[in-house]
Design a protein around this ligand. Structure first.
Ligand code: DQA
Length: 146
């Protein structure tokens, strides 16, 4: 099974960026431990972090027919991007939306997501563990397809 992890803008700053909100782990830490978990689950993991919306969109396009499941933290694009929504609908690759923080406990503009109603699941407020839960759910998703 192939899983693509996508991280949106400013998530390259994890560790330094508002650690009281996003935790002290860097994105490299998170992705390294996700790779270890993926190996145990027999999952082939690939990852892209980008601050550019078009790069995320192009990666989603490339995933059609290649990737079984997407784990995406769209970061600020969550609240703005019809284009990311359309890309995910366009390729029809199932996905889980992850947020480190509980976006519903924060400013009102973070409460709305352009992706949540088309996601298999949304995990927020669990910190970096959210990615791990998403990975476990990806494996379950394939199991339920067989
Ligand atoms: C975030 C929440 C978003 O509102 C914010 O813009 C981010 C990170 C999170 O992981 O909690 O950049 O997606």
């Amino acid at each position: 099974m192939k899983v693509l992890v996508l991280n949106g803008p400013n998530l390259n700053l994890l560790g330094k960026r508002e650690p009281e909100v996003y935790g002290s782990q860097t994105l490299t830490d998170i992705i390294e431990s996700l790779h270890l978990e993926a190996a145990d689950l027999n999952i082939q993991l690939s990852h892209l972090q980008s601050n550019r919306e078009y790069e995320l969109i192009e990666k989603i396009h490339e995933s059609a027919g290649e990737i079984d499941f997407i784990i995406i933290n769209p970061a600020a694009f969550t609240h703005t991007s019809v284009a990311l929504r359309d890309a995910l609908l366009g390729v029809a690759v199932p996905f889980v939306e992850v947020h480190l923080s509980n976006i519903h406990k924060r400013e009102k503009f973070r409460h709305h997501s352009y992706l949540s109603d088309i996601a298999c699941a949304v995990i927020c407020g669990m910190g970096a563990k959210g990615y791990s839960f998403a990975l476990q759910s990806a494996a379950q998703f394939t199991a339920s397809k067989d």
